[in-house]
Structures are given as C-alpha cells and as structure tokens.
Design a protein around this ligand. Sequence first.
Ligand code: 5GP
Ligand code: ZN
Length: 111
Amino acid sequence: MEDCIFCKIVKGEAPANKVWEDDEVLAFWDIRPSAPVHILIIPKKHLENVSAASNEDQALLGKIQLIAVEVAKKLNITDGFKVFTLNGSKAGQVVFHLHYHLQGGWKEKND
Ligand code: 5GP
Ligand code: ZN
C-alpha cells in the first residue's frame, strides 16, 4: 500500500522507535502517546483493520497478543496494561493498517 504510513515504517521508508520486530510483526512507540507507555503492534502484512482479516490470519492475530505480553514484560508494565484495536472510523480508527495499542505504565488505577 503506497500511501500507508505503517507500510512505510515496515519498509524503512519512514522512521519509528521500534521495540520488537520479527518477520511478520513490528512494534514501535506511538508518536503521540496517550499513556506513559504506548506501543503500536502491527502485522507487516497490510490489513485495513481486524474486519479485513480472514481465517488465514488466525495464527498471526494470536501471535500479536503473545507479542504484546512479551513487549509488556520488556517495558516493565506487566502490573497492568491494555491491548486494544479500533475498527473503523466511527470507532476512532485513523490509520487504516491494522494495529493494536499496548498501553500501560500508570502509577494509579486507570479506567
Ligand atoms: P487509531 O486511532 O487509528 O487506532 O490510532 C492511530 C495511532 O497511530 C495514533 O495513536 C497515532 O498517534 C499513531 N500514529 C499515527 N501516525 C504515526 C506515525 O507516523 N508514527 C507513529 N509511531 N505513530 C503514529
Ligand atoms: Zn499498510
């Protein structure tokens, strides 16, 4: 996807502060964090959002959750973190390349 900012990050054509990478998945700091720790975890494969995933993506989607736990350990936020994705503009999705937000690092309970 030529105009997709996250595809550009995957290809190294745009900068990102990476915290995890393998052949299928990339995780990097959100450019405008809304939590003390705010990471985006994306499949390298371009999918618009989770609605665009199909059965062949089942393992990839599961793997992303396990990577979220690994990244949470790496960044010392295992005492409390959120993993979520926004699906569609009505839900607030702005970047149409599937991404999971990993947030944590709060000092107090965060609702
Ligand atoms: P959405 O609302 O689509 O779930 O969230 C998109 C997220 O991507 C936002 O939290 C926004 O700050 C982040 N973001 C948008 N463009 C970039 C970028 O170029 N680099 C990084 N690291 N994050 C971005
Ligand atoms: Zn993309």
